[in-house]
Write a protein that binds this ligand. Structure first.
Ligand SMILES: C[S@@+](CC[C@H](N)C(=O)[O-])C[C@H]1O[C@@H](n2cnc3c(N)ncnc32)[C@H](O)[C@@H]1O
Length: 431
């Protein structure tokens, strides 16, 4: 077992964090995506209606009477529910000062009838986040979470000291933390967790769940995440079916874990609350009594914040453990991540990984894909090569296992589900 002091090295990363947030998170487009989400939801259904209206009426007569009008009406009801949830997140983010109306006219563009092309990817990402809500914070996602998060937490607990087992908790970094469920589960297991996430949509929805929702108080929401999946439904009801969430709030998870959990909501709040958090940190360092934040979320690109060239990040005492869950394949070059992980942990540091190698930046014609130069810098490696690079860098792989038939944000009622064989390993920094 490795035991480390639980103080966070926090303030040195803050300046970089603010810069990265402004530069990388495309706040203007995300702002426009939030404001135009409702319009886009209904426009997508109207487009389906238009397509069907071109089909011969005699053919459509083969369908039950009123089936199509009823379907469109139901889809619009579902779209409104999705848009209402997104609007709540938007209000929360604006009130918190995290999402600020851009001065470049992005908001003004929303008055037009069509969605600007550069805003569409940010809207698509919001829709994908609704699928992540199902995975991370609904009862329906429990099976998927149990298959993935449970072995991760068990592996880390077998290697590192948690506050449940000793006086000080090991410090664990979770890059690519999504909506925060895995960091929350690691906190419940007694670790001192720092979450890192790049996507502003993910960060805002995660913060909303943490700060504004409560199962006990009935502050739950219902969405219809599958309305845009055109095919592979067994019935229309499957396309429009609802998912309610959260199944539990981060605060309740915290209560089930360490006593320090009572400040969960404050800790997950976004950058606007950084100043307060810094004050808490100063108080901690001065030895005053207080409640430890539950887990801290740092927004921005992992490499820019923790990579070997990141300011103040070339220290090997930042974290005792790193958990990568469906994350290492988000790198244009996974070797960059391996180097970074090595540099921010001491000898004996533990890296637990679970995921496939669905390299995000792979592109059949990278030179032609001018949308992002990371496509042109992407390196796709097989597990055997990633494995040998991990060992060559100075880790030993203590445990390695294939987890077969794993899903990610799967629609359990769909006639089509993608399954992955994931590599699950525990590596220890040796030199
Ligand atoms: C496939 S998701 C996995 C989310 C979560 N770990 C889970 O298992 O549900 C990958 C996450 O990594 C985030 N991500 C991608 N590139 C990143 C980067 N360079 N720095 C930080 N986060 C990143 C994405 O926004 C996304 O939330």
């Amino acid at each position: 077992m490795t035991t480390r002091a639980s103080k966070r090295a926090r303030s040195d990363g803050d300046a970089g964090e603010a810069e990265v947030s402004a530069e990388v998170l495309e706040a203007g487009r995300v702002y426009a995506a939030f404001t135009q989400f409702a319009q886009s939801e209904h426009a997508a259904i109207a487009a389906m209606e238009r397509k069907v209206s071109r089909i011969d009426a005699d053919l459509l007569a083969l369908l039950p009477a009123e089936a199509l009008p009823a379907r469109w009406a139901q889809l619009h009801v579902c779209a409104t529910a999705n848009a209402d949830f997104v609007a709540s997140v938007f209000s929360f983010a604006k009130e918190a000062g995290v999402l600020v109306e851009p001065s470049d006219g992005s908001e003004a563009r929303s008055s037009g009838s069509s969605i600007p092309r550069d805003v569409e990817p940010a809207i698509d990402e919001l829709r994908a986040v609704l699928h992540s809500v199902v995975r991370e914070w609904s009862a329906e996602g429990a099976a998927e979470r149990d298959a993935i998060f449970t072995p991760i937490v068990a592996a880390l607990s077998a290697q590192l000291e948690s506050s449940n087992g000793g006086e000080s908790a090991a410090r664990v970094l979770v890059p690519g933390s999504g909506l925060g469920r895995l960091p929350a589960e690691l906190c419940r297991a007694g670790f001192d967790v720092e979450a890192n996430e790049l996507s502003l949509q993910m960060l805002l929805v995660g913060a909303f769940v943490a700060n504004c929702m409560s199962v006990e108080a009935g502050a739950v929401a219902t969405i219809h995440p599958f309305i845009h999946q055109a095919g592979n439904h067994r019935s229309s009801a499957d396309q429009t079916r609802s998912v309610s969430f959260p199944d539990v709030t981060p605060l309740e998870l915290a209560a089930a874990g360490s006593a320090a959990g009572t400040a969960a909501a404050a800790a997950v709040a976004a950058e606007a609350e950084e100043d307060d958090a810094d004050e808490e940190e100063e108080e901690e360092e001065e030895g005053e009594e207080g409640v430890d934040p539950w887990f801290r979320t740092v927004s921005g690109d992992f490499v820019e914040l923790y990579g070997v060239e990141a300011p103040q990040r070339d220290r090997d005492d930042l974290f005792d453990g790193i958990v990568t869950c469906w994350f290492i394949d988000t790198a244009p070059c996974v070797l960059t991540y391996i180097n970074a992980f090595f540099n921010i942990m001491p000898v004996g540091g533990v890296w637990v990984n679970y995921g496939p190698l669905l390299f995000h930046w792979a592109s059949p014609d990278a030179d032609e894909d001018a949308s992002d130069d990371r496509f042109a810098r992407s390196l796709e490696l097989p597990w055997s090569a990633v494995r040998s690079a991990i060992i060559k860098r100075g880790f030993s792989i203590e445990h390695e296992e294939w987890k077969e038939g794993v899903t990610y944000t799967a629609n359990k009622r769909s006639m089509q589900r993608t399954v992955f064989d994931c590599v699950f390993f525990v590596a220890i920094k040796r030199k």
